[in-house]
Every structure is written in C-alpha cells, then in structure tokens.
Design a protein around this ligand. Structure first.
Ligand code: GLN
Length: 452
C-alpha cells in the first residue's frame, strides 16, 4: 500500500480533532485515499470532502438518511473520476440535510453540523458539512449540491466561496436526485482561484447525464483573468424587504468598488422574483416525490421487518425518512394528483418561465447581477426547525437563480458586527461562470472585504 503523504495525514488528524463540529460524517480508508493518487493535475495534492449525496465507488452514500443506511455505491459519480484524474485526494464525506432538503443541516440523521464561528449556530444547508469543513480547514475544497441555494447559503453562513454552476454545466451522474431539473453539483473553497480550479475540473459534457451541456468549458486562465464586466445590475426593489441593514452596507461597499473600477452600476428589475419561493417549493416537492419513490426497502439500504410487500414499503418509508422529507413527499404527491396538477404544477411551470425571462431580460443590459446570498447571518441551532416557512425564506435570494438555471457564486464579504460571516452573491448569464469568477477574484485581490 502506498503511504499517505504527511499533509493528508495531518488533514485526517485535524478532522478527528474537530469532530465536535459534526461536519465530516466519515473519512475514507487510507488505502482508498492513497490508491487514488494520480500525480499531477490542477488539483494536485489538494484535499477534498464530498457531500453525502455524491457517489464514491465502494463507499457508503446515505444522503444523511436512515433509509439508505448500509448502502454502498457500486460506481463513481462523474465528478469523482474527474477530481481524481486532476490529482485531488478525496478524504471523506460531509453531513447534509436529509436528501438535501433543508437550509441548516439540522434535518440530518447524523444530527446538526455546527458553525465553526459560533457552535450554537447552524452552518446553513443543505451542504452545511461541506461549507463548514472548508471554513474550519478540514479540507482545501469540498463539493456540495445546490438545488435552491444549498451551496451558496452555507458558503455565506461559513464565510467561504460556493458556486452553483449553470444548470447542465456539471454532470449529475452519481448525484442522488432531489429535484432533477434544478440539482447542480458545485465547489466550495477559500479563494476564487481554488473555486475556479475545482469548477473547471468537474465541468463539461458527460454522455451519462442527458441534461449535461455540450457548451465548451472556459479554461482556468479565463476564469481568473477575464476583463471586468462593463456593467452590473442590482435588483433593488426585490431587496427592499427583510434584509439585514448590515448587508445593505456590504452591498454599498461592493458598489463603490465597481464605480472606482469604471464598472457601471445600474438598477434592474426581477419582477417575478417575489413568486420564486412558492414556485420553487411546488416544483421541487413534485420532483422529489417522484425521485424518492425508489427508496422502498427493496433496492437500496434499509429494509424494515415486514409480513408482506405492502407492509415492507410502508414500514421502510415510515421508519426510514425524517419529518421534512415526509412532508415534501406528501405535498409533492398531492401537487401531482390528477385533480390538482393544473392548479399547482402546471401553473408553477408557467411562473418558472416568467422568472427565467426576468433574467434573460436583465442580462440584455448588464453582465452580472449583485445581491446578498442570504437575508441574515447564520441563525441559532433550533431557531427555525419548528417553522418550515421561516426555514424556506432563508433561500429567498438564491432560489430565483435556481429556477432560471443561471450560475451564481457566494463570495465572502467580511463579518457582521456579531463576528459572524457575511456573503454576497454574484450572478452571471448562462454559461458565463468565467465572468463571475474573474470579477470575484478582482474583488478578492483588491481586498474589498478583507479589513472588515
Ligand atoms: N433550502 C432549499 C430546500 O430546502 C434548498 C435545498 C438545496 O439547494 N438542496 O429545498
């Protein structure tokens, strides 16, 4: 067996030391980590953690759910093969909300992850284990999945970079589906450059995913050094309600950076964005109720004791799924039922189209859109668990981009006066990740938020 490099060993030791954060739910066997070593590549020597809904051959994948206990993946997700080909070391798997449904990583069979800046607070979610691990130095980079904000919002709560690529940019092969027309795998890192390196590694067409795009992937240099955009837009009327005033100040800091650099700052309108949260929950619950039908105790993971096939399905699903997943399966089934399909599902699809048009209209006149990632700082553990609506509203600013399918990145924007991290969101036109990433790198290099 090849010995593990010392740096990787140190990383594993740190994960063990910081186990109280409950961010890494399992580390891989040392022999598996070592055998994947491939030498050079743009991720050479980097350590990576992967959300527990992305398949790694021979390792468990449970989506932080009891229903998948004991299930081991027989194959690698495409993103795993691509990372190993570029020399990255995948060292373990991270905690998340069950089946990626949540905004805090509290709805997990493993219990909540804790925010490294304040352990009484949430990490955000659903990829909270990935965001917090990178913030705590448990790995150089991590992968999460973003359906409605699950990479960007935890990145914001934990003070790191987190990118949701354009829908279709990154293969979903090997990602356990939550809402297939939204799900995208995305990178977490502590710098714009590392975010870009991981992004170009995992992006690109994959014949194993029918929705994967054939659009060429930008090279790393373009992601880091493209010229600044001519103009950016701010959806001011959408931001007028419920925003923490300290985030309004952060936005002003970013605006003055743009003005100083000769980037025009314009007001834009996203007229249908206020309907995004309700539209998103109707569509994703419908998709989830269909996608999660496969977890029946026959094919994957846990099987409850039973007398007949009916009881097998019933008991496995009743015992295996947690309350939030059950809520969504039941509502999704209702939304898709024959009497209500037109009133809910078909209507929501129409609103989704209008929201998409809001973005295509806005990108006629601006190159990027700037807004906060989450309306507040990380909330307290337990604060929103009994109030699903309050939990859903924490994705108010990330969901419109998920409905439209455009790429968006959380950049760290210093701290709130409480000491908790703040984040802002940079949104680009379809397949324009290089514009987002190179703009963010300029903000980072100029130290716009470093002294907060
Ligand atoms: N918080 C949102 C939800 O609960 C988004 C989740 C995600 O992006 N996976 O659906």
């Amino acid at each position: 067996m090849t010995a593990l490099p010392e740096s990787i060993q140190n990383q594993l030791n740190l994960i063990a030391e910081k186990s109280d954060l409950n961010c890494v739910i399992r580390t891989r066997n040392e022999s598996d980590i070592a055998s994947a070593e491939t030498g050079s590549g743009i991720l050479s020597g980097k350590t990576l953690l992967v959300k527990d809904n992305i398949s790694i051959k021979g390792d468990p994948v449970t989506c932080s759910s009891n229903v998948l206990e004991g299930y081991t993946s027989p194959y690698n997700a495409t993103v795993i093969d691509r990372i190993e080909k570029e020399g990255g070391f995948i060292i373990g798997q991270t905690n998340c909300d069950e089946f990626a449904m949540g905004s805090s990583t509290e709805y997990s069979a493993f219990g909540p992850s804790k925010n490294p800046f304040d352990k009484t607070r949430v990490t955000g979610g659903s990829s909270g284990g990935s965001g917090a691990s990178v913030a705590a130095g448990l790995a150089d980079m991590a992968l999460g999945s973003d359906t409605g904000g699950s990479v960007r919002q935890p990145a914001s709560f934990c003070g790191v970079y987190g990118l949701k690529p354009t829908y279709g940019r990154v293969s979903r092969y090997g990602l356990v589906a939550f809402a297939s027309s939204f799900d995208q795998i995305g990178p977490f890192a502590t710098s714009a450059e590392d975010t870009a390196s991981l992004f170009v590694t995992i992006a690109g067409h994959d014949p194993k995913d029918a929705t994967s795009s054939t659009e060429p992937v930008p090279n790393l240099k373009d992601c880091l050094e493209s010229p600044l955009p001519k103009s950016v837009g701010i959806p001011r009327s959408f931001l007028s309600k419920g925003l923490d005033p300290e985030l309004t100040e952060k936005m002003k800091v970013l605006e003055s950076f743009c003005e100083k650099e000769g980037v025009e700052v314009a007001d834009i309108d996203l007229p249908h964005a206020p309907y995004a949260v309700s539209t998103y929950y109707i569509l994703t619950m419908a998709e989830a109720s269909s996608n999660l039908a496969r977890f029946d105790g026959v094919r994957y993971g846990n099987r409850s004791s039973n007398k007949n096939i009916q009881e097998l399905y019933h008991k496995t699903r009743s015992e295996g799924f947690g309350p939030e997943v059950k809520r969504r399966i039941m509502l999704g089934t209702y939304i898709l039922s024959s009497g209500y399909y037109d009133a809910y599902y078909a209507k929501a699809q129409k609103v989704r189209r209008l929201i998409k048009h809001d973005f295509t209209d806005a990108f006629q006149s601006v190159d990027l859109i700037l807004l906060p990632t989450a309306p507040t700082a990380a909330f307290k553990i337990g604060e929103n668990t009994d109030d699903p609506l309050a939990m859903y509203l924490s994705d108010l600013f990330t969901i419109p981009m998920s409905l439209a399918g455009v790429p968006a990145l959380n950049i760290p924007a210093g701290k709130f006066s409480s000491g908790l991290p703040a984040g802002l969101q940079i949104v680009g036109n379809y397949f324009k990740e290089e514009t987002i990433l190179s703009f963010s790198r300029r903000v980072e290099q100029a130290g716009v938020f470093t002294h907060d």
